[in-house]
Ligand binder design. Sequence first.
Ligand code: ADP
Ligand code: MG
Length: 598
Amino acid sequence: MRYLAPVCFFIFAAILVAVPLTAGNEYELRLFMLFLIYGIIAVGLNVLVGLAGLVSLGQAGLFALGSYSGAILSTRLGFDIVGSCIGAAIISGLFGVLLAYPTVRVRGVYLAVVTIAFGIIVENVAIEWQSLTGGTTGLSSIPKPNILGIRLSGFAFYGVLAVTLFVFTLLIHNLKISRFGRTMLAVAQSETASRALGINSTGLRTLAFVISAVTAGIAGTFYSFLNSYISPDIFTFSDSVRFLLMVILGGAGSTFGPVIGAYLLTYLPEYLQQFQLWQKFAYGALLLVVMFALPRGIVGTLQWAFNRLRPPAPALAATEGLPVETTLRHEKKMLAAELVATALTVRFGGLSALSNASLRVKGGEIHALIGPNGAGKSTFVNTISGFYRPDEGRCELDGVELTGRRSLDIARLGLARTFQNTELFGEMSVLENVMAGYDQRLTYGLTQALLRTPKMRREERECRQTAIGLLAFVGLSQYANEEARFLPFGLQRRLEIARALAGRPRLLLLDEPAAGLTTQEIDDLEAMVRRIAALGVSILLIEHHVDLIMALADHVTVLDYGQVIASDNPTAIQDDPRVIEAYFGAPLDRAAAVGAGA
Ligand code: ADP
Ligand code: MG
């Protein structure tokens, strides 16, 4: 498996070299060049669709923007092909940022509609802005491709296209196997969990849009040079659909799938021309059948079949990992953080989920937060970690104000959390889940990811070794390569703890980690929490299991109807009449009365 990607890239290069040598005539070569251009679009769009999990049906709009920009820059301003490409890439990249903006609010179908609207707007501007675009007649007499005044021959231009597609495919493959690909997949699966791990989801979505826009823009410029003529009817909605289909048919998220998809959808219409009137029908019917038979796309289905046929991957050797004692331990001065929450009030409509609640988790202690269902415990965790904004009150971590900060920034300050209803990246492997949690500790940037620099490789190795060590720590080594969603419930909870720890937090908030666990699993959890605390991590533990609290907690705070009714050592709490009345007295009745929320 290690050598699969290099071998594929070698074959790809060999094909690109061989085609012009074997092409029978200029028309054949031209058609192949058209495929190369579509390939560039599809490979870029794959970042958006396959990695970031977003749908764009406006890619023809970006392609048109690139085409017109390139054509105008070369005809009016005399730019050569490099200058036109750079200009077109900048212009379409800016529109990529613009298109990413709506994702702050809308996803899925709504986002698809926004991108369709974008495509229609571009098409209309191209028609109406006659002085610039030539209106419906379009722009003709685009110069032959040239670099620094030297005209490129047909073969030289082919070389430019082939090298561009090859390099883009390689760069995007590198992106996919870097922190950027990993976190884009993570954001697509659970934005909530991503934010809790300090992952910048908005930034990643914008990056995905910009990459897909820039590649479409460059492809558009190449198209202008290849065609020497462009007009608005070349960039219609059905072209957007075709670009999206290239990615999905080939296999979204795979490295070569979009290239194969682009190839098929370039050649298929040519081949189907013999059916004349039935061409469109045959095209649609064929797509329908293929997508029905291969829902993962061609490459995706091949990979899936291959994974099923080969023997299961051997469990990772725990020796590949580094012990948590070295990867998670803090310097003396950075030891366990202190959390101070002062008079927090959180209202939902008329209901006060928290009223005037204050709590202090001292550095290095295990602090239990208990209370009947609906008392406001999860609300407290959500407020501290920046998911809810308090209506009143404030909280600080080691004197640093948390109120008003984004959850991802709070995570980066050293606060990690788990969720009452586990929030894993279900379709990623167990190991990748933990590696995503490590992301905030990685420092390499986009360029280093694209080029796979030594720094990137070193940091990725550390990330992997730390993750493997963490899996050993929570007893999941043997599941490292499984998809997270297939883990039994109890193990999913452990994975979530391992992932939260990967960022090396100084305070860990655990929201009912023992809920749904067996007695044996609860004993394991108890040992695990002790070891985590021994690494120098303060812990806020929300729990219902009295035995676990008595065994672990240094201090217990009791919430009832959003108010702190007691805060003391475990023994004192157990004897406190108010607590007995509110909590130990008749928990079942109370839970029912409160509505057993969240
Ligand atoms: P606990 O975790 O102690 O069981 P929660 O903090 O989940 O309690 O809930 C406290 C109260 O706040 C409940 O009545 C719950 O229905 C309400 N609540 C929690 N989150 C929300 C929300 N996002 N919107 C509206 N009401 C909420
Ligand atoms: Mg809760």
